[in-house]
Design a protein around this ligand. Structure first.
Ligand code: MN
Ligand code: MN
Length: 368
């Protein structure tokens, strides 16, 4: 069953008569048509006893027709008053509409004012945001295929990073090379700003890459992700660029790796997000570095790089089959060192399956 059909059924149960969806990411998720409308009006309206209505810029009409099924369309030109046109089109559906939904976490005051002006009899009382978030939590087999494809290009990007490392190269130059090579391979965009951080700069988990030079016998933290047909990947490897590892570097790396692998092996359907976080955190704490693991273990992933569920201490949310999330333990000692190892997984009855397959070696040459 399509995600759109599932949403329609859920809203029918909630006795919702009309539902206005305006987040382009949600529209892409529900219809398969991904578009960035900028300031133009782009909206999916679920109406009673008829096909959902996609309101879209006329310039996107042909592409939307080709890439969707089961919709009716309301294309609008820049010269038209889209709100008046929308009100006319919705007239047949409005008389019985009592309960009307809107995405309260996305719609702006400006849009709401336009809608209430042209549809004065309607009251937008119901928030559909949480219903959509719940729906997005469990991935369909089709979505998992797309997430795997996004994972493949993240692995490729990590390989390019390893190939690019040389004494004195800047973090920015490595990022430029990764993204240049990916563009040539037709990767449309990254899922977030690529991070390449050398040794001490990596001690800030959300550090800013820049003109810092990468030196031999330092760690290089590479955190990146790509988009594939509207789905995101996210992975981190901490490469040791050198041949003379200090005992502290080796020790910290191996603790993070043990935390990562143990959490991955023990992740299972029915455990809570908090329990999974604790598995990794307890290992890092056992070695005395608990205070240096300063963030949650992971986050959900799908159409964006940060979704539900949050794999965090105190979150009693129960993990279910086909939920997708990252496992990314790290140790960050300010001014000194930062190590993180991250993959994203989907949960199956036999455990967590990864979307990415880069090695976990301490030798950067193994990634090439
Ligand atoms: Mn992540
Ligand atoms: Mn990441």
């Amino acid at each position: 069953m399509s995600t759109l059909h599932t949403l329609q059924q859920t809203l029918a149960h909630q006795q919702v008569d009309l539902c206005f969806i305006q987040n382009p990411s949600t529209i892409g998720y529900l219809t398969g048509f991904h578009s960035e409308p900028h300031e133009r009006v782009f909206m999916l309206i679920l109406v009673p006893n008829d096909k959902p209505l996609l309101v879209l810029p006329a310039l996107d009409y042909e592409l939307a027709k080709e890439s969707t099924t089961g919709l009716q369309f309301l294309p609008h030109f820049d010269s038209e008053n889209v709100w008046e046109k929308l009100a006319q089109t919705l007239r047949p559906y409005i008389s019985q509409a009592k309960k009307v939904s809107i995405e309260k976490n996305f719609v702006t005051m400006q849009t709401l004012e336009h809608l209430t002006r042209v549809l004065p009899t309607i009251q937008f009382t119901h928030d559909v945001s949480s219903t959509i978030e719940q729906l997005k939590l469990i991935k369909t087999p089709e979505e998992i295929i797309l997430l795997k494809e996004a994972g493949k290009t993240a692995d490729l990007a990590t390989k390019i990073a390893a190939q690019t490392l040389q004494e004195g190269i800047t973090e920015s130059a490595v990022i430029a090379e990764i993204e240049y090579q990916l563009k040539k391979q037709n990767v449309s965009k990254m899922s977030f700003d690529t991070m390449v951080l050398s040794q001490a700069n990596a001690a800030n988990p959300h550090g800013n890459p820049g003109l810092n030079k990468i030196h031999f016998n330092e760690f290089v933290l590479v955190d990146l992700g790509t988009m594939h047909q509207g789905y995101a990947s996210d992975m981190t490897r901490t490469l040791f660029f050198g041949d003379n590892l200090s005992s502290e570097q080796e020790k910290i790396y191996n603790i993070v790796l043990e935390a990562h692998h143990t959490a991955r092996e023990m992740a299972k359907i029915g455990m809570t997000a908090s329990e999974l976080d604790a598995i990794a955190r307890n290992i890092i704490t056992k070695y005395g570095y608990g205070d240096y693991f300063t963030h949650r273990l992971g986050h959900g992933i799908g159409q964006t790089v940060h979704e539900f569920p949050s794999i965090a201490s105190g979150n009693d949310f129960v993990l279910q089959e086909n939920m997708c999330f990252s496992i990314e333990p790290g140790i960050y000692i300010p001014g000194k060192i930062g190590v993180r190892i991250e993959d994203c997984f989907y949960l199956t009855p036999t455990g967590a399956q990864s979307f990415t397959f880069s090695p976990y070696s301490l030798n950067w040459k193994d990634y090439i």
